[in-house]
Write a protein that binds this ligand. Structure first.
Ligand SMILES: Cc1cc2nc3c(=O)[nH]c(=O)nc-3n(C[C@H](O)[C@H](O)[C@H](O)COP(=O)(O)OP(=O)(O)OC[C@H]3O[C@@H](n4cnc5c(N)ncnc54)[C@H](O)[C@@H]3O)c2cc1C
Length: 379
């Protein structure tokens, strides 16, 4: 089969490698003219690391990342609420490895090139028509090609999803946004630390021997855009309620810090994810709140499961249906749980604060382990 993968993000790169491993011919097309990812961090939990091992890059990831096995939840002044050990990983796979996005991308691009994936930057699919036997594609650079299958990993704003399934599956904004920035790491940040205040949460993930990554989640009205030059001022004011580590970080924030702001939105494309020979995968099908740090893992698993399913038996239609049925419940679980955590943490207020903290002490470990047990099972 000759397959077009759209989008050289984490999902598209992973899928291209997995499809080549199964012997398929792959063209990978990326709309941006070159590698361009935010200089912030990304956590890869055990199931995602297992996917990266299947792609042959786990050792490279481990060599540049920071491994950790727990999350500690604190109040705004740094008093421990609950320690949650992570049960993901096993069999030579760490519970979590966090690394810079740039490193993750470079490792995946090198692996794709080793597997002879043809990557074209700075263009995209302009028109396509599925004639039942193949998809005829014309590209923005004037080329025309015919493919047995098109797998669109073109991200949360996927133009392919819109063209194939309509605007009714556009992203739905949660009402919350997240600021991220990479900072020097104090040695005691050796796992995730989450600090909960009323209406704002600050978290820290160790990235390397010297760096960590901070995320700050707060409400943001729909349609609001922040100017880059205002990021430090806004972040400082949103972090006003904190003492402890977030308070120290807030007071030390510099105007030149490379801060990134992202609105948090969900996409839930119902099955089928394929219309004929054109499919929507990764964030384009199931973008979710980042609370379980599972987005990249879900996109990587999509690619690996797609390659495995295509290499199996049955008609193409049956294989594509089986792919969707295998992936949908897992992506849906991640999305529901992530959204649930976001809503719960952002609805903590002065009236329900004590009960919420007690609820975290009583249930957080058990709830986290129940979800991890599912995610640690084969994708
Ligand atoms: C604040 C935040 C924190 C996160 N933290 C984590 C984390 O710690 N761990 C984790 O696993 N996940 C995390 N995620 C989620 C994760 O980044 C995504 O789930 C993941 O990147 C999805 O990969 P993807 O390849 O599907 O999409 P993307 O990474 O968005 O890649 C899409 C690619 O397609 C390209 N493209 C777009 N349109 C076209 C087109 N028409 N033609 C060709 N190419 C096109 C884009 O340029 C891009 O390169 C986080 C997300 C956010 C918002």
């Amino acid at each position: 089969m000759k397959i077009l993968v759209l989008g050289a993000g984490i999902g598209g790169l992973g899928a291209s490698i997995a499809l080549r491993q199964q012997g398929f011919d792959v063209d990978l097309v990326e709309i941006k003219p070159e590698l361009a990812v935010y200089g912030v961090g990304i956590n890869q939990p055990g199931n995602s690391l297992r996917a990266l091992r299947a792609l042959g890059v786990l050792d490279e990831i481990r060599a540049v990342g920071f491994e950790y096995d727990h999350t500690d939840f604190y109040d705004a002044d740094g008093e421990l609420i609950v320690h949650v050990p992570c049960t993901l990983g096993g069999d030579g796979v760490p519970a979590n490895t966090a690394l810079s996005r740039l490193n993750l991308h470079r490792i995946l691009i090198s692996a794709a090139e080793r597997h002879d994936v043809k990557i074209r930057y700075g263009g995209t699919m302009e028109q396509f028509s599925d004639n039942g036997r193949a998809v005829d594609v014309s590209f923005t650079d004037g080329r025309r090609e015919s493919y047995d299958l098109v797998a669109a990993f073109d991200g949360i704003k996927s133009a392919t999803r819109r063209a194939v399934f309509g605007p009714e599956h556009d992203p739905v904004y949660s009402g919350f946004g997240v600021f991220r920035v990479t900072l020097p790491r104090p040695p005691y940040v050796d796992g995730v630390r989450v600090y909960q205040a009323l209406g704002v949460k600050a978290g820290y993930i160790p990235l390397s021997a010297t760096t960590m990554y901070m995320f700050v989640v707060t409400p943001d009205p729909p349609g609001v855009t922040h100017r880059r030059e205002d990021f430090v001022r806004i972040l400082r004011s949103r972090m006003a309620p904190f003492g402890a580590l977030p308070g120290e970080v807030r007071d030390a924030l510099q105007p030149m810090d490379d801060i990134v702001f992202s609105p948090i939105s969900d996409v839930l494309l119902p099955l089928p994810w394929f219309s004929g020979r054109i499919g929507i995968l990764g964030d384009a099908a199931h973008a979710c709140a980042p609370h379980l740090t599972q987005g990249a893992g879900m996109a990587l698993e999509d690619g690996i499961v797609l390659a495995e399913t295509l290499a199996g038996g049955g008609s193409l239609e049956e294989r594509l249906r089986a792919f969707g049925e295998r992936r949908f419940p897992r992506a849906r679980l991640v999305q529901d749980v992530s959204h649930g955590i976001l809503q719960a943490e952002m609805s903590i207020n002065a009236d329900n604060y004590d009960a919420s903290v007690q609820g975290m002490r009583d249930h957080q470990v058990e709830q986290a382990h129940a979800v991890e047990a599912i995610l640690n099972a084969p994708a």
